[in-house]
Design a protein around this ligand. Sequence first.
Ligand SMILES: Nc1ncnc2c1ncn2[C@@H]1O[C@H](COP(=O)(O)OP(=O)(O)OP(=O)(O)O)[C@@H](O)[C@H]1O
Ligand SMILES: [Mg+2]
Length: 331
Amino acid sequence: MSLPAADGPAIETHDVRRVFESRKGFLFREKTRTEALKGVDLTVERGAIFGLLGPNGAGKTTFTKILSTLLLPTSGRALVLGHDVSRETDWLRPRMGLVLGGERGLYNRISGRENLRYFADLYGVPLAEREERIRQLLERVDLVGAADRRVEEYSRGMKQKLHLARGILHRPEILFLDEPTIGLDPKSARETRKLIRSLVGDGVTIFLTTHYMFEAEELCPRLAVLSKGRIVARDTVDGLRSLVGGDRTFEVEAYGFEDREVEALRRLPGVSKVVEEEFGPMTRLTLRVRTLETNLGQVRDLLPGHPELAVRERRTSLEDVYLDLVDEEVR
Ligand SMILES: Nc1ncnc2c1ncn2[C@@H]1O[C@H](COP(=O)(O)OP(=O)(O)OP(=O)(O)O)[C@@H](O)[C@H]1O
Ligand SMILES: [Mg+2]
């Protein structure tokens, strides 16, 4: 029996694992076993947007489905709003919303408004409130003009907006969004992010997955990176920057470098990492730099004899951090 911990974490998982077993082939039905989640421990506080990043196949959707009671974990324990996702689904379902990317889950032959009516009745939205609530929602997701057209005539982006409206129709306390802006044009994606942010203002906790690093950086004060079924990092964007060795990044380009030059750069104070990449005839060295002691002038001094040399400094982006983390996991 879990306590109704109204001020406890929004999400708390302990050693959550999920195995998929399926059979392949026709005659010799070969059994395949995929360990999608290999022991996930994660705590997410209430009232903010938490982002889950990770490469394709990392287990993000599987984890999201487990948290939203769509899928059972093979083992381990997951609590949402203090309640067990495997055993307290009746308590949880009215309090959570789920929006999975993709086109399924809407009725194509009826209008957007009729879809929302259907789900409102399903979720037990009081009839007296229904029409007004739907009207406000359609406005909020910018679908007023298309509300009475059949969903089969909707573009992908319009369907995604309708999905989002459906996900918040019953005013959930926690909302799970699996790649909420996938397939949206830049303007619609921006409006969707604005809508997501405004929900936090209403007190909703949001758990979202995304492949767009700028989106994660813009929306999520805290993030976790999932790689091959394991959480490899969990922190703020700044925390993750220092985890991968610095918030400054230098890019150095020339027609190839000698090993001793690369070594000299590696030995500069505060340099935690040097990655070498080829771009046609050019080589680019990317340096992760921790301290303020080192500057671009020192880099130039170490590389005489390269008239074509180009050096620049930028802030380490979440994308750099992400690639470092996922890359380390691969090696
Ligand atoms: N129903 C299923 N049956 C068998 N294997 C599955 C099933 N669902 C997911 N998997 C496997 O579990 C692993 C994790 O998949 P999941 O969809 O959770 O990844 P993801 O992080 O959401 O990836 P993406 O970024 O591509 O959406 C993958 O290896 C996938 O093939
Ligand atoms: Mg997915």
